[in-house]
Design a protein around this ligand. Structure first.
Ligand code: NMX
Ligand code: MLT
Length: 438
């Protein structure tokens, strides 16, 4: 079986050569322009970052190394080993994002074994997590836990030992695999500490996601499948999203992968980004509480009333809108399909369906949003809730376990391709005014 390391070793020189030639021959080719709107408005649409692992089309949504989500579901190895029978394994997506190749089940099994073998946390980490206040947000605990694992960074040690920059990617790969391997136990320890007895049980005869479910305390094959789907679809969303961009930016200083992705987690913890999945569940619970108290049903009319209350209070509808997408997020669609298959009669699943029927019309009438359709976060929480995973303050941690894969597979290529420190130019308001006055 060809290992992940061998596959990458064969690819790196070719890619270095191709990128070097493109830069040398066409380095001054213009690929865009920047308006004052974009400069003030969060750099929407400004093309200034190289991203290997995925690309986001506003209409079609995400492609992982050229494959849509349904294509990944059709070709990537699953737990049973049969293509298309169940959800892809996260390990198969790691392989695809790193190498751009669809792995065999045998290759995926070697990666599963390697991740299990790397999973042991440094001895100071569990005591540290146990010492944190239970009311500290799980995302804060998660970033602390990962930062604390940085003592194990082979990249940081190699840099301190003076290895040549041409070898950085070898140590980066060591670290990113270790980060993937360590995240489930950090995440599960936080979940078990905050909501239960603190005990984390493992089953390493299972794949990455299945073992993670056991650590969290769930033993249900249908929930394992949900976790596989969940972890695959949240991995990557091209480079500009705040968590991936942060990881890339911090990594560009040659901060190691542990520190770089901890920074990415802090970006993910914002309510306009990953925390939106928590906010969606809170919104639905608040909606239900309000109309239960008034003796009214949750239906299209009451949802419409509640949505306008939210908008008139100058708050956002969580789970709707997107900086790039202009259609329903395919990550929403595949979760909806999972719900139709596994829980068609679930109460909250049907509330989300009704929200989907009315919300785009409301947001169009409101007239401000560029995209009135749902994003990934609009659906993820109710699927978890169905299995009894109701602690919605924790939901973003699951997103964080997954996003490590996109952010860090790219970080590997950042180092392999020798990408430089990221340092765009800022301008003052006076400079902008002077441009217009010219
Ligand atoms: N509800 C109400 N207003 C909205 C919404 C929404 N869901 N989405 C955008 N707007 C407003 C936005 O705040 C802005 O208002 P203003 O002019 O007063 O500043 C206006 O519409 C134009 O914004 P857009 O250009 O449509 O969106 P932008 O690219 O700036 O922001 C989001 C994208 C995702 C931050 C925004 O749509 C949003 O806040 N959505 C709700 C939070 C959410 O679901 N985030 C999760 C995104 C996915 N993820 O996992 O990261
Ligand atoms: C993501 O998955 O990162 C979000 O959809 C936000 C984004 O792409 O900007």
């Amino acid at each position: 079986v060809t290992t992940l390391q061998d596959t990458l070793a064969a690819q790196v020189p070719e890619k270095q050569k191709a990128l070097g030639a493109l830069k040398k021959e066409h380095g001054d080719h213009v690929i865009g322009q920047v308006t004052i709107d974009q400069c003030i408005g969060g750099a929407r649409g400004v093309k200034c970052m190289l991203w290997e692992t995925s690309n986001l089309d506003p209409e079609e949504g995400i492609r992982f190394r050229g494959l849509t989500i349904p294509e990944c579901q059709a070709v990537l190895p699953t737990y049973s080993g049969k293509q298309g029978d169940g959800e892809p394994l996260l390990e198969s997506l790691i392989w695809l994002l790193l190498t751009s190749e669809v792995p065999t089940k045998e290759q995926v099994d070697t990666l599963t074994a390697e991740l299990h073998a790397r999973a042991e946390l440094p001895s100071h980490v569990i005591p540290l997590l146990n010492s944190l206040p239970k009311d500290m947000h799980p995302m804060t605990q998660f970033a602390i836990g990962l930062n604390a694992c940085q003592t194990e960074s082979k990249f940081a040690k190699a840099y301190a030992d003076g290895v040549p920059k041409t070898d950085y990617h070898l140590y980066c790969l060591e670290d990113i695999l270790s980060v993937f391997a360590m995240l489930p136990e950090i995440a599960a320890t936080i979940y078990r500490n905050v909501y239960f007895d603190g005990v984390v049980n493992k089953d390493t005869s299972l794949d990455y996601s299945g073992n993670f479910c056991r650590m969290l305390g769930y033993d249900n094959p249908s929930f394992d499948e949900l976790m596989r789907l969940y972890l695959c679809i949240h991995t990557d969303h091209e480079g500009g999203n705040a968590s991936a961009h942060t990881t890339h930016l911090v990594g560009s200083t040659l901060s190691d992968p542990f520190l770089s992705y901890s920074a990415g987690l802090n970006a993910l913890a914002g309510p306009l980004h990953g925390l939106a999945n928590q906010e969606v569940l809170k919104w639905i619970q608040d909606l239900k509480a309000k109309f239960d108290a008034e003796g009214k049903a949750v239906n299209a009319d009451t949802i419409t009333e509640f949505a306008w209350d939210t908008l008139n209070a100058k708050k956002v509808i969580p789970g709707y809108g997107h900086a790039v997408l202009r259609k329903t997020d395919p990550r929403y669609t595949c979760q909806r399909e999972f719900g139709l298959k596994h829980m068609p009669d679930d109460e909250l699943f049907n509330v989300v369906e009704t929200i989907y029927q009315v919300m785009p019309g409301i947001l169009k009438e409101h007239g401000k949003v560029a995209n009135p359709y749902p994003n990934v976060d609009s659906h993820s929480g109710v699927l978890l809730w169905h299995y009894g995973f109701t602690q919605f303050q924790y939901y973003t941690v699951l997103f964080g376990v997954s996003r490590a894969v996109g952010g860090l597979c790219q970080l590997y290529w950042d180092r392999a391709l020798g990408l430089p420190l990221e340092r765009p130019k800022s301008v003052t308001p006076e400079w902008l005014a002077a441009q217009v006055a010219k």
